[in-house]
Design a protein around this ligand. Structure first.
Ligand code: HEC
Length: 267
């Protein structure tokens, strides 16, 4: 072949270029990721999931949950909320002033001006940063997802289709293990008209022996197995529920900040 070397060179450049773009650049950008400090705290984030939850990630993967669910919260911006922290010596004037003002979703300059106004009236106020965007408004998280959220996930279950809600923070939304299990066994028993398919093969139905098993699912009234039977989660179902409960992308980080009211912050 006359132009053999040229063809080799051209393919080398094309393949080498794509490898640099798709493999080398992401590794350089994110490969050195490590735990990072939570904002205004000395705690590190994230901590590795407990073993059972780590197994659950594989169950999640094997059952194709990522075909309908994402684990990536998007955010379009930030806004400021002005929060009253003290009414001072003249509470009536401060309360009147507050009731005439719009205090949420402001830009920084406006928020500063309002804090000055409230301070001048004798009250005390501070500015809280909140994330904004459709995902945040749906309650799917308090901030956008960042690389640190996935540090211990292998493989990462980002997902790209949202037939169901985003699950990045579902452990905060639905912290009850029984709810998660009942939802997997019979989604419509806990969510009206749920379009999620049931995953019954992760459970076994058996006759109640001398006494009901402690692990048996507790169903809402009108649902559940026939009288005399109980539904037990298999090890895989328990691992999957542990994984779902471990999904908490809810702490403020340097690259995804928001203000946490002191009373609600984690110990
Ligand atoms: C065919 C699409 C589909 C598949 C596959 C699917 N889901 Fe869902 N899921 C949905 C839909 C739709 C909803 C919303 C209705 C509801 O809450 O039941 C949902 C809701 C959920 C919720 C409740 C979320 C919330 O915010 O309350 C959880 C948890 C969940 N799914 C977990 C899973 C897990 C785990 C798997 C894999 C075993 C899975 N889903 C597979 C469609 C799906």
């Amino acid at each position: 072949m006359k132009n053999g070397f040229l063809v080799f060179l051209a393919s080398f450049v094309v393949l080498g270029g794509s490898w640099c773009g798709f493999v080398l650049a992401p590794v350089l950008q994110l490969g050195g990721g490590k735990q990072t400090a939570i904002l205004n705290s000395s705690d590190l984030y994230p901590v590795n999931r407990p073993g059972q939850a780590n197994q659950g990630l594989q169950v999640y993967r094997a059952n194709g949950c990522a075909a309908c669910h994402t684990e990536q919260v998007q955010q379009s911006g930030v806004a400021c909320d002005v929060v009253l922290t003290g009414a001072g010596k003249n509470p009536v004037a401060v309360t009147n002033l507050i009731s005439s003002l719009k205090l949420n979703g402001l830009d920084k300059d406006l928020a500063d001006a309002l804090v000055d106004k409230i301070t001048a009236a004798g009250g005390k106020a501070e500015i809280h940063i909140v994330a904004t965007g459709p995902d945040i408004a749906r309650g799917w998280g308090r901030r956008h997802s960042v690389a640190e959220d996935f540090l211990y996930d292998d493989p990462v279950q980002l997902g790209s289709l949202r037939i169901g809600p985003d699950l990045a923070d579902v452990g905060t939304r639905q912290p009850d293990a029984n709810w998660q299990l009942v939802h997997l066994y019979a989604p419509q028993s806990v969510v009206n008209d749920s379009a999620m398919p049931p995953f019954r093969y992760l459970f076994k139905v058996q006759k109640i022996g001398s006494a009901p098993s402690p692990d048996a699912l507790v169903f809402p009234k009108g649902f559940g197995p026939p009288a005399g039977y109980e539904v037990l989660p298999t090890a895989r179902a328990q691992e999957l529920a542990a994984y779902l409960l471990s999904l908490h992308a809810e702490v403020p980080l340097h690259d995804a900040p928001f203000s946490q009211p002191l009373a609600a912050s984690k110990p």
